[in-house]
Design a protein around this ligand. Structure first.
Ligand code: FAD
Length: 567
């Protein structure tokens, strides 16, 4: 049971007020302190463990080992585990000397099961009061506090070694409002068909809830829709294949409720705490407080058409020709509400897109010329597979594509950039040439343009670069379980070089906070652009002592890379 034997240096860093107090240090609260906290909350405290610990006979079981092995790549199962991250590299801890503290699923590797970067004690919150008690406790004991919902964060922001965790997963309240007046607004400011989602609601639950009312939501799309609706997704911006027709998540949020650093539970909307409302829409998760609910505008459920393309090409020249044509048509696709995802490299292109409220005939007018172009360019037989299919609703399409599948449970770093529409319009060939020069598959997320670009860039805290973008392009690097630090560092170096190539293509264009390179050279500029100074002031207003700090988040530049000590 080696993960409970973690000892930090005897010289307790937390004695210095510039550092947080971590588990194992003499400043860590005593059993009596935790007992007092436990008397103020509705649930017993919990002690998160690595999910794989179930397979180590000497360690405590988080569940049985076969359950873990059957579900380790399932996003919903992982979100049910307090100690799990969806990208498992964030469960591990790499020391400066290259030693890795981890609990691998492959017990045959011969490493002991260690706690890694998983928090040691957590409050499994079920009420506002639970959150308030936990926030006050973390603040008064100067603890390294993390807030976790589903653990999907690609930069590991919802976990930290030696930390104290607020876990929001079980806050599952859902309320549908036929009419809704934001707190502090006059009765004339009424919205219809609105839904309020508790902090632990995941997109699959939200989609089910609005389907019952004949409505749809702009939400995350992942295997089994396990991303959270209220935490990191909305705070970072929140994109969807529906974004070209209905905007980003931040464009659909009407109201937040949130516990801030001094323990107050406040309502933020256009009429009450409008600055905070602005910051919560793009200023990043885990930064301004613990969101307890988000109220979203829903939209009518309409028929849609899906378009699918899958092509393998016999030469890089053919691939380049087809992908160049594909990128050329992106601005007109977004303008007519088409959104989706594509993946390409020097030998293949795969894409799936949707457009709401369009006829099958109109969809064919849009797509058949491209399908024909690709077929003519391909020398192999029968050429690319292409399809347009009508669906009776977004819900049917989402169920067909996302109700199963596995997308998580691996080691991965991402890198990304927002690609400006103007660049694609003026020189799409340059864009394709640069992207194909990057090793590996490029993911072209067609989730911008259209309605995203019609919102006022200063209407929300999100980087205004989003309003000029046509797509969010993602590259990645992964590695195998048990790889030594040198292998992980090599992956990081390869990704650094890929991100440099993206930056050279679109200098200063910015990147999506949630699906991004953890080691960005200038995170404030890259993730927030010209909105950073205002976000920083709002952060100081609501969290003057920096209780909430996350990697590359607003105010994080004041902290060292571990985020445990002020610089
Ligand atoms: C498989 C997969 C698919 C994805 N698909 C999409 C997609 O379709 N669209 C998209 O835009 N993004 C997508 N993402 C990225 C996603 O938006 C981010 O990973 C996001 O951070 C997840 O938020 P979460 O709350 O679910 O996860 P967590 O990891 O639990 O939290 C993420 C961040 O939010 C903070 N946070 C969590 N809850 C709260 C709260 N209640 N109050 C304040 N802060 C909180 C955490 O501290 C952390 O900083 C995907 C990610 C994955 C792994």
């Amino acid at each position: 049971m080696s993960f409970f034997k973690v000892l930090y240096p005897v010289a307790c860093l937390a004695a210095l007020s510039r550092c947080r107090c971590l588990y194992g240090q003499s400043c860590w609260p005593s059993d009596a302190h935790f007992a007092l906290l436990e008397s103020q909350i509705s649930q017993p405290l919990i002690y998160p463990v690595p999910p794989a610990s179930a397979c180590y006979t000497e360690g405590p079981s988080s569940s049985n080992c076969s359950d873990f092995l059957a579900n380790t790549f399932d996003g919903r199962w992982r979100s049910d585990q307090a100690g799990s991250m969806q990208s498992v590299n964030w469960e591990t801890h790499i020391f400066d000397n290259g030693t890795i503290d981890a609990c691998y699923s492959n017990t045959a590797l011969g490493f002991p099961c260690e706690q890694g970067s998983i928090p040691n004690i957590a409050v499994d919150v079920r009420s506002i009061e639970d959150i308030q008690a936990a926030v006050k406790f973390a603040s008064s004991h100067n603890l390294r506090l993390v807030v976790k919902n589903t653990g999907h964060d690609y930069l590991g922001r919802s976990t930290a070694r030696g930390s104290f965790l607020i876990w929001t997963h079980h806050l599952k309240n859902i309320t549908y409002h036929e009419t809704f007046v934001p707190a502090g607004a006059g009765p004339s400011t009424s919205h219809s068909n609105v839904i309020t989602l508790g902090a632990g609601v995941q997109w699959y639950e939200a989609y089910d809830a609005v389907e019952a009312h004949g409505r749809i939501l702009v939400g995350g799309l992942s295997a089994r829709a396990s991303v959270g609706a209220d935490g990191g997704w909305i705070s970072g911006g929140g994109h969807s294949a529906l974004s070209p027709s209905h905007g980003l998540g931040v464009d659909n949020a009407l109201q937040f409720t949130i516990v801030v650093a001094d323990g107050r539970h406040i309502t933020a909307n256009a009429h009450s705490h409008p600055n905070l409302f602005w910051a919560l829409r793009g200023g990043g998760g885990g930064t301004f407080g613990v969101i307890t609910s988000v109220t979203y505008q829903t939209h009518p459920s309409l028929p849609l058409v899906g378009a699918f393309f899958s092509g393998n090409f016999t030469s890089p020249e053919i691939a380049k020709g087809v992908i160049t044509e594909f990128v050329r048509i992106q601005p007109s696709l977004a303008e007519t509400g088409w959104g989706g995802y594509s993946f390409f490299d020097n030998s293949s292109l795969n894409a799936f897109y949707i457009a709401l409220n369009t006829s099958w005939e109109a969809a064919n007018v849009t797509w058949l010329p491209f399908f024909e172009f690709a077929r003519n360019a391909s020398t192999d037989s029968p050429g690319p597979q292409t399809l347009t299919v009508p669906f009776d609703s977004f819900f049917s399409w989402y169920q067909a594509l996302f109700s199963g599948g596995q997308q998580v449970g691996t080691n991965v770093y991402l890198g990304s950039r927002l690609i400006p529409t103007d660049l694609v319009k003026s020189d799409h060939e340059k864009v394709v040439k640069a992207l194909l020069a990057i090793d590996g598959v490029t993911s072209w997320h067609a989730i911008a343009g259209g309605e995203v670009s019609r919102s006022n860039p200063s209407s929300a805290g999100i980087n205004p670069a989003w309003r000029k973008a046509i797509s969010h392009v993602v590259v990645s690097e992964g590695w195998g379980e048990g790889a030594p630090a040198a292998v992980i560092d090599a992956a990081k170096q390869r990704l650094t070089s890929k991100v440099k190539k993206l930056e050279a293509l679109v200098p200063g264009a910015g990147a999506y906070f949630n699906e991004a390179f953890p080691f960005e050279a200038n995170p404030q500029r890259t993730f927030f652009g010209p909105h950073y100074p205002r976000l920083r002031l709002i952060k100081l207003q609501y969290d003057p002592k920096g209780l909430f700090v996350v990697a590359n988040g607003v105010g994080s530049e004041e902290w060292d890379p571990s985020l445990n000590c002020r610089r």
